[in-house]
Design a protein around this ligand. Structure first.
Ligand code: HMG
Ligand code: MG
Length: 301
C-alpha cells in the first residue's frame, strides 16, 4: 500500500462554507476571505456559485465576488454552474473553471437542482460542451455517494453509473461527495476500486463532510486506495441547505495537520489558512468546528 507523496487540497470555504451560513457576509468580506486563502497557496479555491439566487441567496453576489478577488497564479478558481445561465454568468465574470453537480440519489437531486439524475446529466452535457468550446476546465460532483438524507443507503452501482456518465460527458475531474458525512472507511475501500475501472484516479477527488467525525479516516482510506485530491473547508465550514443533517466539510486545518504529520506535501501554508479562518470567524455568529483550527488557536493564544 503506497500513500501519495503529494496531495492536492481543494478549498471549499467560500462556496460550500458560505452557502450554508445564516449570517450575511458582505461582498467585501467574501473577497478578503478568498484573498487570504489565496495567500495560503491553495492550488484550488471554490470561489463562489453562479446558481439561482432564490436557491442560495447567500451567494447572489457571485459576479462581484469573482471580479473582486485577486487571482494568484498557480491557484485554480472554480465556480459552481447549475445550468447554461450559470455558465454564461460565470464566463461574463471571467471564470475559466466551473463545476457542475448532480448526485447518486434521485430525491436529493430533485431537491437540490429540481431535476432527475437523467435530466441533470442531459442538462450538464450541454453545459460541459459549451464550457469546453471556450476552453473552460470542468469539475463534476457526485453528491450523496455515501448516503442520502432522503433515501438512506445509496447503492455503489448508482455512484459508479453517475461518475461514469459525468466522465464520459467530458469532466476533467470528478469529486465524489459524502454530502451529509455519514460514510465510513470500508465504504471508501469498496467504492474506489470500482471507480478506478472507469476513471483514472488522478481525475478523482473525495469530498467529505465531517458530520459523524469520519472524514479524516475516510481520507486515509482514500489515499490507501490511490486518491490524491481532497476537498476541505477552512475552519470546517460547510453544508448544503438541501441536505438536512449535513454539517461542515472536513476542516482544511485538520487535513493539513494530518498530511504535514505524515510528510505528505501540499504546498499549502497552514498558518495562513488559519488566518483566513480567523478572519471569517469574526464575520459569523458561531465558532468554527475544525478541531485542528481550534487547538492551534488555543495553543498560540
Ligand atoms: P429551477 O427553479 O428549476 O430553475 O431551479 P428555473 O430554470 O425554472 O429558474 C428559476 C428562476 O431562477 C428563474 O428566475 C431563473 O432565471 C433563475 P425567475 O424567472 O423566476 O425570476 N435562475 C438563475 N438565476 C441566476 N443564475 C442561474 C439561474 N438559473 C435559474 N444559474 C436550479 C433549478 C438548478 C437553477 C436551482 O435549483 C439551483 O440554482 N440550485 C442550486 C442549489 C445549490 O447551489 N446547492 C448547493 C450546491 S451543491 C452542494 O453543496 C454539494 C457539494 O458540496 C458536494 C457534496 O457535498 O456532495 C457540491
Ligand atoms: Mg459539500
Amino acid at each position: 500500500m503506497t500513500l501519495p507523496a503529494r496531495v492536492k487540497v481543494c478549498e471549499m470555504g467560500p462556496r460550500d462554507g458560505l452557502q450554508n451560513e445564516k449570517a450575511v457576509v458582505s461582498t467585501e468580506d467574501k473577497i478578503a476571505y478568498v484573498n487570504l486563502l489565496s495567500e495560503a497557496g491553495l492550488p484550488v479555491i471554490e470561489a463562489t456559485s453562479f446558481v439561482s439566487p432564490k436557491a442560495i441567496p447567500q451567494l447572489s453576489d457571485a459576479t462581484e465576488v469573482f471580479a473582486g478577488i485577486r487571482k494568484r497564479p498557480g491557484t485554480r478558481y472554480v465556480v459552481l454552474t447549475p445550468n447554461l445561465k450559470g455558465l454564461e454568468r460565470a464566463r461574463a465574470a471571467g471564470a475559466d473553471s466551473i463545476a457542475v453537480f448532480t448526485a447518486a440519489s434521485e430525491s436529493f437531486t430533485k431537491r437540490n437542482i429540481n431535476m432527475s439524475i437523467e435530466q441533470s446529466l442531459s442538462a450538464f452535457g450541454e453545459v460541459i460542451n459549451a464550457a469546453r468550446l471556450h476552453g473552460i476546465w470542468v469539475r463534476g460532483y457526485v453528491s450523496t455517494a455515501f448516503g442520502c438524507p432522503y433515501e438512506g443507503t445509496v447503492p455503489v452501482d448508482s455512484v459508479v453509473r453517475v461518475t461514469e456518465s459525468l466522465y464520459k460527458l467530458g469532466c476533467d475531474e470528478i469529486s465524489i461527495g459524502d454530502t451529509i458525512g455519514v460514510g465510513v472507511s470500508t465504504q471508501v475501500h469498496a467504492l474506489i476500486p470500482r471507480l478506478s475501472d472507469i476513471v483514472p484516479l488522478e481525475n478523482v477527488a473525495l469530498h467529505f463532510h465531517d458530520t459523524y467525525g469520519q472524514a479524516l479516516a475516510n481520507v486515509e482510506a482514500g489515499m490507501q486506495e490511490g486518491v490524491a485530491i481532497f476537498d476541505s473547508s477552512a475552519g470546517g465550514l460547510g453544508g448544503c441547505p438541501y441536505a438536512p443533517g449535513a454539517s461542515g466539510n472536513l476542516g482544511t486545518e485538520d487535513l493539513l495537520y494530518k498530511l504535514r504529520g505524515m510528510d505528505i506535501e501540499t504546498g499549502v501554508d497552514l498558518a495562513r489558512v488559519r488566518a483566513a479562518s480567523r478572519f471569517i470567524a469574526g464575520r459569523l455568529d458561531h465558532q468554527l468546528p475544525s478541531k485542528a483550527y481550534t487547538a492551534l488557536e488555543a495553543a498560540s493564544a
